[in-house]
Ligand binder design. Sequence first.
Ligand SMILES: NC(=O)c1ccc[n+]([C@@H]2O[C@H](COP(=O)([O-])OP(=O)(O)OC[C@H]3O[C@@H](n4cnc5c(N)ncnc54)[C@H](O)[C@@H]3O)[C@@H](O)[C@H]2O)c1
Length: 131
Amino acid sequence: MAVPFLMLNRCFSSSSAMTAAIKNVTIIGGGLMGSGIAQVAAQTGHQVTIVEVNEDALKKAQAGIQTSLQRVAKKLYKDKPADGEKFVKDTLSRLNLSMDLTGSVKNTDIVIEAIVENIDIKHKLFSTIDR
Ligand SMILES: NC(=O)c1ccc[n+]([C@@H]2O[C@H](COP(=O)([O-])OP(=O)(O)OC[C@H]3O[C@@H](n4cnc5c(N)ncnc54)[C@H](O)[C@@H]3O)[C@@H](O)[C@H]2O)c1
């Protein structure tokens, strides 16, 4: 089911060989976990697609990530606010939002599931992805 966050942090480490192998990351579910994973992946240079069930959920995920990035930027670029703004803008430019599950998993390097904790819904999702 959901991949442990620490493992993902290692997986998305910007200096690892994984970064070269994994360019496109698709995350199904943009709630608390999915948004956090999406942020880390986009920050480390990956093209990220978040798949959600509706526009509102996508907008909420994007807004949450933007707020969190601004917080990170304040810390990382305390004395260089322009660099901080660029960091936020560049990271957000790698973030794509979609409601098209099938299209989003077709040409991606890794799919990460982060939807609601409901085994039947997860089974249904995985069988759709497999197809
Ligand atoms: N929050 C945590 O601390 C934590 C820790 C470890 C594991 N997990 C697991 O990670 C998963 C996600 O948890 P969360 O806290 O992010 O939940 P959440 O409720 O914040 O987010 C789940 C998101 O999935 C979306 N969603 C539901 N069905 C979907 C579908 N078919 N396709 C696309 N999106 C769909 C919902 O709209 C929602 O935005 C759960 O399985 C949870 O048990 C969570």
